[in-house]
Design a protein around this ligand. Sequence first.
Ligand SMILES: O=C(O)CCC(=O)C(=O)O
Length: 393
Amino acid sequence: MQQNKNMSPLMELSASTLVLYPASKPQEPQEEKEGLVFDSTNFQGDMPKEFLWPSRDLVNTTLEELKEPLVDIGNMRSGDEGAIANVAELVRNACLKHGFFQVINHGVDPDLIDAAYQQLDSIFKLPIARKLSTKRKPGGVSGYSGAHADRYSSKLPWKETFSFLHSHQTISNSQIVDYFESVFGEDLKHTGLVYQKYCEAMKELSLVIMELLAISLGVDRLHYRNFFQDGDSIMRCNYYPPCNNANVTLGTGPHTDPTSLTILHQDQVGGLEVFVDNKWLAVRPRSEALVVNIGDTFMALSNGSYKSCLHRALVNKNRERKSLVYFVCPREDKVVRPPENLLCTNNEERKYPDFTWSNLFEFTQKHYRADVATLQSFIQWQFNDNALPNSSA
Ligand SMILES: O=C(O)CCC(=O)C(=O)O
């Protein structure tokens, strides 16, 4: 892959983050592992070594909360340009610093959010064999994963996940219902229907957030909306069982999201934390709000000015925890590059070369466990001529 002559050397990570979190090296694709089956009720005695995390990752939360802005996104519907400029400024400041904010008045029906939580039980309370029959294939997006034990053999996250694709291009309004029926049969058709509606609502909201991000960056208001209009997003349901040894493990280890934008709802248990100013800060659960954060791909689309920040999720000794996560992604073959007028207005050099989401996704699924340096490692790996054959524009 040729380096763009207008591009500066790879962006530096902040020194303090690097000290705590050195990047790992890209690996050859791993064979699918059999081995451990995650049934949390069997692991409440001595913690199996696979779930132990190094002390640097377990560094205690400071009990301080992140001071992320609460953004009234209802203003985007009001047409009040002054109010829109004010919320865009809040978003800009948060994204320049750590990339996290919460949105309120988002227009997603609270009953739909409740229903999405209820349906989590329909999946995760199934017998283990039934869940394993829908197991995510190596390198794939959709299906069940128990502690990612089929991919990794150490630092396993204390959680179960169920993920599925939400393609924005598909005209059919039953793609998720169809997926649920195909893996679970008729029983979970209603569950599929709930997530179908939930994903449609997330897609609509994400496009409004894209407009707000464009305004906040001073680029054409529709630029990112148009870019993501035909995206291939991913929905993930996270279930964190209670854990007797909550102090030696993590529900989700420290990572940045390789995707573009994440829209998350967490239940009232709490546990999401963000690494800012060299400390772990808690994101306060707010039932009426959705947590939004910038991922690596949007960081590239903003030419590095908006931050994709390290975060993790703790587990709880006594209470199960659930979260609903919608990862907004571009269409897989779209070329990721910042808008020209962003570069011209700021007279900036390119911080990252062109890439496609499909290549970055494949890198994270086959060669690299997402951490603080995923994007830098991916770009280095592409420079070393490991571009995958489908990297067409
Ligand atoms: O459950 C949470 O609060 C965080 C989940 C997360 O970061 C992820 O699924 O990538």
